[in-house]
Design a protein around this ligand. Sequence first.
Ligand code: 16G
Length: 241
Amino acid sequence: MLIDKNSPLPIYHQIEEYIKDRIEKGELKPGNVLPSEREYSQLFQVSRMTIRQAINKLVNDGYLYRKKGSGTFVAEKKFEQALQGLTSFTEDMKARGLTPSSKLLHFEIIPASPQVAATLQVAENTPVYEMKRIRLADEIPMALETCYISANLVKGLTEEIVSHSIYKYIEEKLQLDIGEATQIIESSLANETETELLKIKKGSPILLIERCTFLTNGTPFEIVRSSYRADRYKFISHLKR
Ligand code: 16G
């Protein structure tokens, strides 16, 4: 039996679980078109309204997406990103077996604004690198990062270096020890720039992450404001009592 009409669980919820289960088992793969509401309503012997309710929930939760005029499709699986470890984008993608890359949009040394200076604990107008990078995994844009790095601390950055891993350069070339970071995560909707650069639809969900990272000696060296695609990312944290 696919669903149990006598169960206290709402029928739309059981259908939702059935579709999720087929996705998780790989019977419905990313990019596959979902059977129509009519087919499902015949299969489960329930109204199309009930099917629509289940599908809407799965669209909202990012398991499915709709394409105007062509139907409902199975979405790519979201990346699960642990919130405990202080890792770089390059490390995260490699750990998933994906090829990381960056598209550098902007790179400049500027005088620190009062806000940047306060966070990086330097005097106002101290030189800082300002850069903007699109971070890609297997050529697919995942996040947009705007970064401020203390130029007196992280010396010698070039366009070439920041097109690869900044953390690798800091640790291996400069022999500085990256220690810890604080991070703030907020939800948002893609603005025009994010829509264009991340190749997503206007108003798509975005996770805004602001990270301030410190060396092991407690000196802050970077402020990064990132826009992550919320259709491709979920963040997992482990809580202990
Ligand atoms: C991650 C970090 C970012 C850091 C970058 C270094 C988040 C939200 N952000 O993207 O703060 O600057 O890694 O990556 O995780 P890289 O070493 O590959 O340049």
